[in-house]
Design a protein around this ligand. Sequence first.
Ligand code: SF4
Ligand code: SF4
Length: 398
Amino acid sequence: MSQDRHLILDNCIKCNICVANCPVVKVTDQYAGPKQNGPDLERFRLDEPAAVHPSIGYCSNCKTCDFVCPSGVNVATMNCKAKGEYVALNGAPLRDQVLGRVELICKAAQIAPSIVNWAAGVGPFRAMGEALFGVAAQMPFPRFATKTFLQQFKPKKIAHPKGKVLYYPGCYVNYYTPEVGLALAKVFAHNGIEMVVDDFNCCGLPTVSNGLMDAAKAYGVNNLAKLNRYIKEGYAVVTTCPSCNLMLRQEYHELFDMDTTLVTENTYDAFEYLLMCHEKGQLDRNLKRLPRRYGYHQPCHLRAVGYGVPSLEILRLIPELQVTALDAGCCGLSGSYGFKKEKYPIAREIGQNIVRAVADTGVKQAVTECGMCQLQVNHVTGLPVVHPIQLLAEAYGL
Ligand code: SF4
Ligand code: SF4
């Protein structure tokens, strides 16, 4: 029996703050809740790993419970491990095994992205996918880019770089929104920062969220080995996706007890890195006017890592750009969660907070760092949504 697990459990003071703030508990009674699945059942799991409530699959891994717990109990991590134990004992449906392996889906789709995009929009195909596999027909899939970010990126040699970064694009930017990675490359080059890329595995978050812990661990081992090599050569690691950032910086250690010391100390969100440059006076302040207004949605996993909201601080430097925080909490999609037939209504209901915030603020376009949040905000509100790095690149005239 692990002493550490005991100590963490004993910190739970049964205040129920995690339950009150869990976005899933707020909209459905199908989920037993973070405290019940977390510290309450964990006491039994110390001796009997099979002590998992079947409703564990309803946890979306948004990490709100970790963020709000006043006693520092890592409830979401407990739930992820418990989900992994449940899947190890009972197996996962074919759908979850496929949705959890985003990297494989993306690689397969690259054979003919236009055909996949077309098929993903055909109603009868989607209806069949829902009936046979339980993939929600109403949730639109993101569209694959015809050329990946790695295929399009051309490194720029900078004579006396102010910094050297290794960019970890993650599956979403590489396969769906290469324009985000290309905008980052332009912003870095413009500010004298050298950027390199490499071919990485998926960060493993979708894999963890579907309880496929062995596969996620294998991704983590490969990614860490490569990241450590670059860091030892003097590179900082930069991400544009908050979920990838969370995995690299925190979750490989929390979930798999891997030594992430170097990666944790040297990995940054792109705007966190740009803010550090700005504070050292190394960021070009010559920005064009952007006389527009956006609603900003903060992704849950950005909040979970706890480095604040550096994108808002940088976007405030752009003349006449107005960015209003929507302050609406979780968007509900949580990666593959909202694509599951039985979870789609829950995800959509959680997303109504965004709909209300958009109505209250009157914004006509939105900005957020997470690709899946972009998809959900667009799905529930119909608003166009961009990544903040695209606004910064535009303000530089790049
Ligand atoms: S991770 Fe999110 S959905 Fe899961 S228990 Fe915590 S707050 Fe609820
Ligand atoms: S918020 Fe933390 S201390 Fe309170 S019930 Fe949940 S796990 Fe326990």
